[in-house]
Design a protein around this ligand. Structure first.
Ligand SMILES: Nc1nc2c(c(=O)[nH]1)N=C([C@H](O)[C@@H](O)CO)CN2
Length: 119
């Protein structure tokens, strides 16, 4: 299985359970791995045959900016649904970091895998 990835995508969102987290957006960071047929894209050398990581990054950035969830889990799930539905990704692994959430941790967050991973 081939993978198209996005690393350390910097995002801003209102997300959290505390009142102070509902007032202003805070930084989030996302790592994404998505199943993609790189050989098809390589054979044609056409962006139409590739999973466009620029388009993915732009869509996820907009979705996250508009979201208002309490939990990172809900936000991660929403992002996965966008990728599965709009980009027809068959499998993905998504790591969502909330770097400012815990003072004495470099980062905290969630990791989810969705879809079917094939060989
Ligand atoms: N598993 C989770 N734990 C926590 C979350 C979350 O989204 N998922 N959120 C919070 C607070 O909003 C946190 O960021 C600040 O205390 C706590 N735990």
């Amino acid at each position: 299985m081939d993978i198209v990835f996005v690393r350390q995508l910097e995002l801003q969102a209102i997300v959290g359970i505390h009142d102070w987290e509902r007032e202003n957006p805070q930084p989030l960071v996302m790592d994404l791995e998505m199943a993609a047929d790189a050989s098809r894209a390589a054979a044609s050398d056409r962006i139409q045959d590739a999973l466009d990581y620029h388009a993915v990054s732009k869509r996820i950035t907009a979705y996250v900016a508009e979201s208002r969830f309490q939990l990172l889990e809900t936000l991660a799930e929403g992002c996965a649904e966008v990728l599965l539905r709009e980009f027809r990704v068959s499998w993905l692994r998504l790591v969502l970091h909330k770097p400012q959430a815990v003072d004495n941790a470099a980062s905290v967050g969630v990791i989810i895998e969705r879809g079917r991973r094939h060989q």
